[in-house]
Design a protein around this ligand. Structure first.
Ligand code: G1P
Length: 286
């Protein structure tokens, strides 16, 4: 039974400056809800009961967001309209959330290694804190179902345009079924000509605890950082690894253009804004 999730949220957010100079990129709002709240919600909706957020310098707002705000509760509880009070209560009761700080940003692999003590000898999910996936069945749940079947690590992948492969970890492998591959190679941010395919890691992973041993022996790779992809390459020599083309649309919030598109898409989906916003967009485009 998979119960733990790790959410790395310690990155500096350099691609989103100046907004991220004094606030975490994970707290950027999609209209009124910070990105990380969507990520935590996905974990909970998937059946995860224990969440470890890898935090770091300048990330206090993330911890405050999931903590109680007594003053605000007091003020809102006295208002007639209880909806805001209920929203607030819902956030602070979301799950059992723990934090650990990564003191130096040494890469995604190093961030995950910080979860070793907390996770122990269990398989666990990883949800990147700057990625939202809009899906009918939460992507983490889709991965957990594959894990239940194979009892091996499984990651979500997505086809990306060939000219963008150098932005992602790219996998190659053999088809098991229409949406599932057994991975036989992985390269972090390859040059276009070296990419084994155009299937990119899409921000959601289920990993067996063996990954921690692999991470310990992983040397700095791309950008001189400890890369999770490199550790998974070591893991592949010891265990099988699967890649699922999961159902759902990924939104990479660490990237300004995707962020802009996400706000528009989510705005159009909100019943209270949809009609007026659609009209507004039509006028702007015209
Ligand atoms: C990380 C991973 C990469 C993955 C990507 C997905 O890269 O290292 O393998 O494809 O997330 O968003 P980052 O975006 O942190 O550079």
């Amino acid at each position: 039974m998979l119960r733990k999730a790790v959410i790395p949220a310690a990155g500096l957010g350099t691609r989103f400056l100046p907004a991220t100079k004094a606030q975490p990129k994970e707290m950027l709002p999609i209209i009124d809800t910070p990105v990380i709240q969507y990520v935590v919600q996905e974990a909970i909706d998937s059946g995860i009961t224990d969440i470890l957020i890898i935090s770091g310098k300048g990330k206090r707002a993330v911890e405050d967001h999931f903590d109680r705000n007594w003053e605000l509760e007091q003020v809102l509880s006295q208002k007639e309209d209880e909806s805001w009070y209920n929203i607030l209560k819902q956030i602070d009761g979301m799950a059992d959330i723990h934090y650990i700080r990564q003191k130096e940003t040494k890469g995604l692999g190093d961030a995950i290694l910080h979860a070793r003590q907390h996770v122990g000898d269990e398989p666990f999910a990883v949800l990147l804190g700057d990625t939202i996936v809009d899906a009918t069945i939460p992507v983490t749940r889709q991965l957990m179902d594959i894990y239940d079947q194979y009892q091996q690590s499984v990651v979500s992948v997505e086809a990306v345009p060939q000219e963008k492969v150098s932005r992602y970890g790219i996998v190659g492998g053999k088809d098991i079924s229409q949406h599932l591959k057994k991975i036989d190679c992985m390269i972090e941010k390859p040059d276009e000509q070296d990419a084994p395919s155009n299937l990119a890691f899409a921000g959601r992973y289920i990993l067996t605890p063996e990954i921690f041993k692999c991470l310990k022996s992983t040397k700095p790779g791309k950008h001189s950082e400890i890369q999770l992809t490199d550790a998974m390459n070591i893991l592949m020599e010891r265990e099988s690894l699967y890649a699922l083309r999961a159902q759902g649309k990924r939104h990479d919030i660490g990237n300004k253009m995707d962020y802009l598109k996400t706000i528009v898409e989510f705005g159009l989906k909100r019943p209270e804004f949809a009609t007026e916003f659609k009209q507004f967009l039509k006028e702007v485009v015209r």
